[in-house]
Design a protein around this ligand. Structure first.
Ligand code: ATP
Ligand code: MG
Length: 239
């Protein structure tokens, strides 16, 4: 049975069709790449999925429950966790407190949150920075912290928007390794990325968007050799 189902999802901003009739299904535990040129609608699709926009038409279901049109906190309550294209951390709070807040938000008590937070900073190589203000971390460390925040609870689906952008190779490696481990444990992911080598290494399947539409959906290697996909990337911009 399909776990996450997008059926004819569309979203228009004024005269611009940002997402056009997007349909695809995901199985539980899939690690899916969502790729495509700048402006092709990837972040908008994640924004719809996580409740920031209602689609103009179409539906999104998690198992057999419709989730489109819910508010972001309601989607989060269903276990969706997300990293943003522009990193979001509480800059004037410590690394540990950032994670504790993420833990309280998913309903953990302090002891459980503290335990998970300590484990996560250890795993992500951030434990020496536990008491540091998050705003003092490098961009890559902030991404790792935001990634950690996704796992304070037990997420149903984790959405990562450009997790590898502008991040030091050593941190990229930590992030990729942690994504892979969690995928092996059965975690469902959607990863938006322009980092084609990383996508090829991590994601067995890729959905490609161009000008709001899905133009390919197949095994990642096959998709990357698809003429329409190559043309879309070479063409540069959407529409
Ligand atoms: N809130 C908004 N209001 C108006 N237009 C928007 C809004 N959000 C996105 N767009 C437009 O919708 C289109 C799709 O944008 P989106 O951010 O989804 O693309 P993307 O595939 O994530 O691009 P990138 O790879 O550059 O991050 C773009 O033309 C963008 O300018
Ligand atoms: Mg984007």
């Amino acid at each position: 049975m399909s776990y996450l189902t997008f059926d004819g999802v569309s979203k228009r901003f004024g005269g611009l069709q940002a997402v056009a009739n997007v349909s695809f299904r995901m199985a539980r535990g899939e690690l899916l790449a969502l790729i495509g040129p700048n402006g092709s609608g990837k972040t908008t699709l994640l924004n719809i999925l996580s409740g920031y926009y209602a689609p103009d038409s179409g539906s999104i279901s998690l198992e057999d429950t419709a989730i489109h049109g819910l508010k972001p906190d309601q989607v989060a309550h269903r276990g969706f966790a997300r990293m943003f294209q522009l990193t979001r951390v509480f800059r004037r709070m410590s690394v540990m407190d950032n994670l504790l807040v993420a833990g309280y938000a998913v309903g953990l008590d302090h002891a459980a949150a503290a335990k998970n937070a300590a484990r996560l900073t250890e795993e992500l190589g951030l434990s020496h920075l536990n008491d540091e203000d998050a705003g003092r971390l490098s961009g890559g460390q902030q991404k790792l912290l935001e990634f950690g925040g996704c796992f304070m609870g037990e997420p149903t689906v984790v959405l990562l928007d450009e997790p590898f952008a502008a991040i030091h190779p050593s941190m990229k490696e930590i992030l990729a390794r942690r994504i892979k481990e969690r995928h092996d444990e059965g975690q469902t992911f959607i990863i938006v990325s322009h980092d084609i080598p990383a996508v090829l290494e991590l994601c067995p399947r890729a959905v490609v968007m161009n000008a709001g539409e899905v133009i390919a959906d197949d095994a990642t290697e096959r998709v990357l050799n698809d003429e329409r996909v190559i043309e879309a990337y070479l063409g540069g911009t959407a529409g």
